[in-house]
Every structure is written in structure tokens, then in C-alpha cells.
Design a protein around this ligand. Sequence first.
Ligand code: ZN
Length: 291
Amino acid sequence: MECQGVGLHSGAPVKLRILPAPAGSGIRFRRTDLDNFEIEALGRNVARVSYATSLMKKGVLISTTEHLLSALIGTGIDNAIIELDNLELPILDGSALPFVEMIHRAGIRKQRRPRSYLRICRELELREGNKFIAVYPAETYSVSYTIDFPHPLIGREVFRGNLSDGQYLRGIAPARTFGFLHEAEAMRQQGLIRGASEENAVVLTRDSVLNPPLRFSDEFVRHKVLDLIGDLALVGKQILGSIVADRAGHAMHTALVSRILRDHSLWEETTVPEDDDVPVNSARVLAAHTV
Ligand SMILES: [Zn+2]
């Protein structure tokens, strides 16, 4: 399965392919323009976290990984190789929906090996000024996110969701990234959002939306949930835990990932007994024949 587009921040054209991978190999990115150099989608490779999450290994960069990683977690893909021929993933429509559709077109195959989960055993709370993120023990993967933007269309929005009940595909994947028109020029001067347009982001003026309609009345907080799920994918496994975030962003999301990975007393690796009616507990990969 292949798609092409431009990077949100670089504006660089890029082709992307999602390929199946063996059980237990996790998610890996591969730069086909740099001798197929590979970077694992793991917290230890996180490089930059302002406005998007970037991975770096031996000086090779892969930017804006969060929307595709979110789609892979949301569709239950554990193992895949993501090939791209430039430094930034395509922004497409600004949501995870085009990636979800690509994955569904390719098909999903259950692998023999049981899925290995990262089960949170002990709570962890991180605070930075008025920003907060925490993870608590739970038997499923759930997220509660609060944002508070001083904008007449946003203000305080709260979204609570459980990833185990199909809510991701309907309620989270379609939520698009957003930006404020009055910040655009300053961001461009910093080398950011060079690929941004009304086709790939909700653009907010001081009191309205430049390119309506919204896909959800609370699309903004839903997109933050999408980003959070994509960033937390960098723990390298599906999570069993309850995440609470308040005005967090990529820096807080990835800080949580680093703390979890550094402190093994917070979690255990586990498998969940197979239930034939709910075939979600095996590792999954794209169905190879259709890719
Ligand atoms: Zn995003």
C-alpha cells in the first residue's frame, strides 16, 4: 500500500509504503532514499518534540511520526515496516484516517504469536507548570484528555475514550490537526508548517474557522488524543493502562514514554488469554499478499 503527499513542516514531497513485518519485530521506519536506513519506532530514538514528534538515529531524521503511529495502534497493527523516501511523513488530510483506510485496504492478518502488552502496574504522574500527564493501572487502554485554548470555538474541551471498543476508528482517527492563522507567519519563519494548507489542517482565525465544517464539534481535543496515542506508541507495545492528560503536548507525551521505559517497576510485559470471539489478542500485521 502506497501513498504520497507533502510533509506538514518541511513541505517536502514524500512517498510512503506500509509493509508487513515478522511477529515480534515491532514498527520500524525505513528511509529508502538513504540506503534503506532503519529507525525503530521506540522512545530511545526520539529527537525533537516541538510541534511534531521526530525520531533520529545516527544523524538520520524521520519527522512527524505521530499520525501514522496512531493509526497503527488504533487498527491493532503490532508489526510493520514503514518505507519513506524523504525526511517527513506525508500530512495527507491532517488526520489519521487516510492511514487507517490504507491499512484496511491492505488487510490485517493475525500472527501466531500472542500479542505482548505493556501493562501499567503503578501510577506515574508528571507535571510541568499547568501541564499534566499521568498513567494509571487498568485492564484496557483508555485516554482522558483536557485542553483549554483561549479561543471562542475551543475553550475547555474534554474527551474520554476507550481504545478497546472501536471508538478510535469512528471518533479519533478522523480528527484533523489545527493551527492559528495569526501564528502561521512566525512559524514559517522558524522553518515550520511549510506544507500546511486549508486541505490538511483546521485553520483558526481569531474568532472562527477559515475552512469549515469541523468533523466534530470537539475536533481539537480529539486530535490531541490522536497525537497522544501516536506518541505513546513509542513504548513499542500496545498499552494496558489509563492515561490522563491536561494541556499536554508532544514534549509531555514523549516524556511519559521515556519515564515508562526507564523505570521497569512501573509496568510488566504480559499477554492476554485468547478469546475466540474477540480476536484482538494476537499480534497483527498487514496481510502480505495485498500490499
Ligand atoms: Zn497531530
